[in-house]
Design a protein around this ligand. Structure first.
Ligand SMILES: O=P(O)(O)OC[C@H](O)CO
Length: 532
């Protein structure tokens, strides 16, 4: 018992001292740590440099170089791993697990990096099924990308030959991000122990994990390629991994504070799809705000939902606006009308399943919506008439023709929602039905939770949308297509019309067009074709 007290006191003392650590370190910020000095003497070839000096070399000079870098120390700006484990706990384990992790945060902080990490790993992973764990590819890349420091990124990308990443986090959390979005060749992270297909919440030791990396670096050295290291010298694993590096470029925590975040347009691969409910980075403070929001949020969601399903559209729009669901509408001076007996077809991009409702608010009348892959619950609770499409071309054509003959209609031909500023391919069926097409651009900002999911409980989508504190929604009704841009009067093919409408909407929103489809999205995020 006494020993435990001493151990806890030691940790506590260490934490208190760490609060003052910046005082003496300011004087020695440019010197390598004692650990590195020790290695340097013995390896007799390692040299330590500031990160900036690496960026002075040209790409040609670094063409034969392999870079070994420490993910947390040299690429990510933030020094806290808590948000990533919170994402795993929330998205893979659920709300209760996330709450436990949140409550344990003070203990994690007290225990320090290595032991705190073990606690986070245990709470977020224990009992999760290995096979269904997709957070590393569907949720975390977005948050990791948003945490990449521009300066660290440039250093890592300077490698002409190979990029090798070392991480303190379980490999399953970071591998997809590093390989798919940063172009890393090899990732050395910690392996998770799995028993009977379930994580037991423990990691393999570091030594077992490093074998492949050491072998690879050994081969690189033998074949006279230059190996350089990029790290943060207060990270404990650095000296072990970097002992084979010719030069080591390091960054201090103080320097990292001045790093800029990698701008979206510099992402090596665009981030188009991601999954998960959390729309914010769950730092301890942000998580606290989220948990505090829950009681009030459930109440507000109940009000919004009840108004939505029971009151006329305009009255519920006013009530919802007063609870934070604001709509900005822009439209032509006179609303487009049909020149034919049939109605107008509003063709809009898809951000959430509420889009047709907001288009209805935009045109000030309840439209009929046709939607691909709508859950039964969403269909039942929809405040406007919502008809499911079957993806059987002939059947869908018949249904849409009939509905158009009865009045105005709204359709989202992407067939699935996209959260990022991209438009998926527009299914061209709508173009052959009518020439009375009005492109409509919708957008929203989600403050806390995404109201769409690829792998979660889809029936919750409408409720989760209403659970957000603030949702600024914008609806931009564009000019009706000129007859020269239509199929029947203009002689265009349905694909040309669909692409033209997609382009018009993209222009209005400042988004980029893609040819990706619902199937692509679901294969990436959930490993299925997204058929409901
Ligand atoms: O984002 P998804 O795949 O849930 O699609 C939304 C449905 O199409 C409902 O509009």
């Amino acid at each position: 018992m006494k020993l435990e007290y001493i151990w806890l006191l030691n940790i506590f003392y260490g934490k208190i001292m760490s609060l003052f650590k910046f005082l003496p370190k300011r004087q020695v910020v440019n010197s390598p740590s004692p650990q590195f000095k020790y290695k340097n003497i013995h390896a007799n070839h390692s040299k330590f440099h500031k990160l900036a000096s690496l960026l002075q070399y040209s790409l040609e000079e670094l063409s034969n170089t392999t870079v070994v870098f420490h993910l947390e120390g040299a690429l990510l700006k933030s020094s806290s791993l808590f948000p990533y484990f919170m994402l795993v706990a929330f998205e893979a384990g659920g709300l209760f697990r996330a709450f436990i992790l949140f409550l344990l945060y003070p203990l994690v902080w007290l225990l320090g990096e290595e032991h705190g990490l073990k606690v986070m790993v245990f709470v977020s992973f224990v009992g999760i099924r290995r096979k269904s764990f997709m957070i590393g590819s569907s949720v975390l890349p977005k948050f990791l990308l948003e945490d990449v420091g521009y300066e660290g990124f440039n250093a890592v990308m300077s490698a002409g030959r190979r990029k090798i990443a070392v991480s303190e986090m379980p490999r399953i959390m970071v591998e997809c991000f590093l390989k798919d979005y940063v172009g890393v060749d090899l990732v050395e992270g910690r392996e998770m122990k799995v028993v009977c297909g379930y994580f037991v919440g423990l990691m393999e030791g570091k030594k077992e994990n490093g074998v492949v990396l050491n072998e690879l670096l050994g081969c690189e050295k033998m074949s006279s390629h230059v190996i350089i290291g990029v790290g943060c010298f207060n990270k404990t694993s650095d000296h072990r991994v970097f002992s084979l590096c010719k030069d080591i470029y390091w960054v201090t925590k103080a320097e990292k504070k001045d790093w800029k975040i990698l701008p979206r347009e510099k992402y090596p691969k665009p981030l188009i799809f991601h999954d998960g409910r959390l729309a914010f980075r769950p730092t301890p403070v942000a998580s606290l705000i989220m948990f505090m929001w829950f009681p009030l949020g459930i109440f507000i969601m109940f009000i919004r939902f009840t108004c939505g399903v029971s009151l006329p559209l305009y009255i519920s729009a006013i009530v919802n606006a007063s609870t934070g669901f604001r709509t900005t509408i822009s439209r032509p001076k006179t609303l487009p009308t049909s020149t034919k007996p049939s109605g107008v077809l509003y063709v809009c991009n898809h951000r959430t399943l509420l889009d047709p409702i907001f288009v209805s608010i935009g045109v000030m009348k309840p439209l009929t919506a046709v939607t691909y892959s709508l859950s039964r619950f969403s269909e039942v609770v929809s405040p406007i008439k919502n008809i499911r499409l079957t993806r059987d071309r002939e059947k869908d054509k018949k249904v849409m023709n009939k509905l158009l003959s009865l009045g105005d209609l709204v359709v989202c031909p992407e067939g699935t929602t996209c959260r990022e500023p991209y438009l998926l391919r527009f299914s061209p069926l709508f173009a052959e039905l009518t020439d009375e097409i009005v492109p409509t651009a919708v957008d929203l900002h989600v403050s806390m939770f995404y109201g769409s999911t690829a792998s979660g409980r889809k029936w919750l989508d409408p409720l989760v949308n209403l659970f957000n504190p603030f949702v600024p929604y914008s609806v931009n009704i564009l000019e009706k297509l000129p007859s020269s841009q239509t199929c029947n009067a203009g002689g265009k093919s349905k694909i040309e019309v669909a692409n033209h409408v997609q382009n018009e909407i993209a222009k209005a929103l400042g988004f980029k067009c893609t040819t990706l489809t619902r199937k692509d999205k679901y294969m990436i995020l959930a490993g299925n074709e997204g058929i409901i």
